[in-house]
Design a protein around this ligand. Structure first.
Ligand code: FAD
Length: 384
């Protein structure tokens, strides 16, 4: 079905990005996967060409567009399996925190270089001891004059090696009741003494993402780097996490489409018992079922995108889309791998990496179990 969520301007932008991606991204993906990291130069070129923060206000160097421009970049990157370029984290998750709650000075200092691809952004929530239970973080930011002294450990941080500026979730009041009322967000430059990058972690999938540990050791952060108000961090996170979940749903469906597309091609050219694999009824039914579910998923995601850019409350629907599309991605990649036979298990066939890459989608950005907790709460179910 023709998708009707995008305007002609969006489609022009998509065509521009496709040309850019063919030239500047596709030739580098294999190298990024081998190196376990992307390169700063490509981020800079993306910024220069207007593909980072297209939804940010023009006053700070953005294009003043809507979130659909971000979604287009995410779809096209997912289709190309360029998972290392996490524009979702940089443009669609981190920039909006600064644009929404930053002081004028913070916005002027950080947004223009971030949009230009010269200052890469990340967010440090998760710790070795806690992920889903965010209110239980142990990282402390204790006030000392006009600074906070930051101590703690973060892990699984995307863009952890390349990143220049991190939104750090820390407790400015460790004794607050309830615990989440003591949480604040700080903007922390990677150049600050006491900011220590740990290991780039070895992962099952997404090899080009520089997922890392980050430590804070008596790291002094000026009070001017507080984002929003003290004690409001948890509330700010809950508000912005919706968009993060929509990002995952958008890229999940695009990844499903690519896996399906490649599998259709593969089963048409691979023969067994004198005919193409695609001619077996089992193959046809499997592909027909997957194509149906992907279409249904796309329709829901497009409706969600439209509601989100309208400003509707989509807390429940974003959670629904996140768990459902990521479960679908796991199913699609599993079934498509099976249809590749032994070649599906070989890393030289992209479906093998698709299968591995899909595994994390139901875990990060709020696990799928947490999505169901949110939905149950919104449904008013007892005890949820
Ligand atoms: C590749 C990658 C990139 C990441 N990037 C970032 C990043 O940039 N920044 C960042 O801060 N974090 C990042 N994360 C961390 C990610 O957000 C967490 O892994 C995720 O929130 C889950 O937390 P956890 O790993 O501590 O699992 P846990 O919270 O320990 O959960 C373990 C299991 O218990 C389940 N569970 C927990 N609570 C409940 C409950 N109430 N009801 C039912 N089941 C429950 C979970 O669903 C899960 O299945 C990343 C993770 C990965 C793998």
């Amino acid at each position: 079905m023709r998708r009707d969520v995008f305007t002609e301007d969006h489609e022009i932008f998509r065509a521009q990005f496709r040309r850019f991606a063919e030239r500047e991204i596709e030739p580098k993906i294999a190298r990024w996967n081998r190196d376990g990291i992307t390169d700063r130069e490509t981020w800079r070129r993306m910024g220069e060409a207007g593909f980072l923060g297209p939804a940010m206000p023009e006053a700070y160097g953005g294009a003043g567009g809507d979130f659909l421009y971000d979604a287009i970049v995410m779809e096209e990157l997912a289709w190309r399996r360029a998972h290392g370029l996490m524009t979702a984290v940089h443009s669609s998750i981190c920039m909006p925190y600064i644009a929404t709650w930053g002081t004028e000075e913070q916005k002027r200092k950080y947004l223009p270089p971030a949009i230009a691809g010269e200052l890469l952004l990340g967010i440090c929530m998760t710790e070795p001891g806690t992920g889903s239970d965010l209110a239980n973080i142990q990282t402390r930011a204790i006030r000392d004059g006009d600074h906070y002294v930051l101590n703690g450990s973060k892990t699984f941080i995307s863009i952890g090696q390349l990143g220049d500026l991190f939104i750090v979730v820390a407790k400015t009041n460790p004794d607050a009741t309830p615990a989440h009322a003591g949480i604040s967000l700080l903007l922390v430059e990677a150049t600050r003494p006491g900011f220590v990058r740990g290991r780039k972690l070895e992962k099952l999938g997404l090899p080009a993402q520089d997922t890392s540990e980050i430590f804070f050791q008596d790291c002094r952060v000026p009070v001017a780097n507080l984002l929003g108000k003290e004690g409001q961090g948890f509330k700010m996170l809950m508000e912005k996490l919706q968009q993060e979940r929509i990002c995952i749903a958008v890229s999940s469906i695009a990844s499903c489409r690519r896996a399906l597309h490649d599998t259709i091609e593969y089963t048409k050219q691979r023969h067994a018992f004198g005919k193409p694999i695609a001619a077996f009824q089992n193959t046809q039914f499997t592909l027909a079922e997957l194509a149906t579910e992907v279409e249904i998923g796309q329709a829901f995601v497009d409706r969600l995108l439209a509601a989100h850019v309208r400003g509707d409350d989509v807390v429940m629907e974003a959670s629904m889309a996140k768990w459902w599309t990521t479960d679908l991605q796991k199913k699609v990649t599993r079934e498509c791998l099976q249809l590749h036979g032994g070649y599906g298990f070989m890393l030289e066939y992209p479906i093998a990496m698709d299968y591995a890459d899909a595994a994390v989608q139901s875990i990060y950005a709020g696990s799928n179990e947490i999505m169901k907790v949110i939905i149950a709460r919104r449904m008013g179910l007892p005890g949820a």
